[in-house]
Design a protein around this ligand. Structure first.
Ligand SMILES: Nc1nc2c(c(=O)[nH]1)N=C([C@H](O)[C@H](O)COP(=O)(O)OP(=O)(O)OP(=O)(O)O)CN2
Length: 167
């Protein structure tokens, strides 16, 4: 374990493989939604921790591997927001049946992830990935991590991020 230090660093991870292609539609209100479409989402991370006596905060490979796995788990799926107040999602005959306003949509279960999100937005996807990273309590404690920022972009020039700071 790194000894506590007064010198902090921010490790930035933006690997080419930290990406996923997914279909989604953003819901704007009880009556307004986008048409189903896809994005090549990219993910970046900032992880702040003290620099140890060995000149390292931690081996960043550990976090690259985790982020790669999280991206792979979302890749080539339709992402539905399971906590949207405007979508009623149920299973019917091998499909997710989604009631929205006056329409009913059907999506193959095997091609779809229902995620604990309010919306399939970059804001919510960044929080979802951050929460997965935060569930690695042992690693975060071991490395004295004090801040993590996850950014998700749906394309060049548009992104949303979620940040955690040790209390
Ligand atoms: N706050 C958010 N607003 C929007 C999000 C989001 O994730 N958070 N997402 C969308 C759309 O799904 C899409 O990402 C952007 O759509 P849009 O801006 O209409 O189109 P383009 O990505 O093609 O961008 P151009 O500027 O038109 O090239 C919408 N809002």
């Amino acid at each position: 374990m790194n000894s506590p230090s007064n010198r902090f660093t921010t490790i930035r991870l933006a690997k080419e493989y930290m990406k996923f292609s997914a279909a989604h539609f953003t819901v704007f209100s009880a009556t307004e939604r986008e048409r189903l479409h896809g994005h090549n989402f990219t993910v970046t991370a900032e992880i702040e921790a003290p620099v140890g006596q060995d000149g390292l905060a931690f081996n960043y490979r550990l976090y690259k591997d985790k982020l790669k796995l999280y991206c792979q788990a979302l890749d080539e799926y339709l992402l539905l927001p399971g906590k949207s107040p405007h979508l009623e999602i149920s299973k019917n005959n091998g499909c997710y049946q989604v009631n929205f306003d006056h329409e009913t949509l059907h999506f193959p279960i095997a091609d779809t992830h229902v995620l604990p999100l309010l919306n399939s937005s970059v804001e919510e996807l960044s929080a979802y990935i951050l929460n997965q990273l935060l569930s690695s309590h042992t690693d975060l404690n071991k490395h004295n991590i004090r801040r993590i920022l996850i950014n998700v972009s749906s394309g060049p020039g548009q992104s949303g991020s979620s940040e955690w700071q040790k209390g």
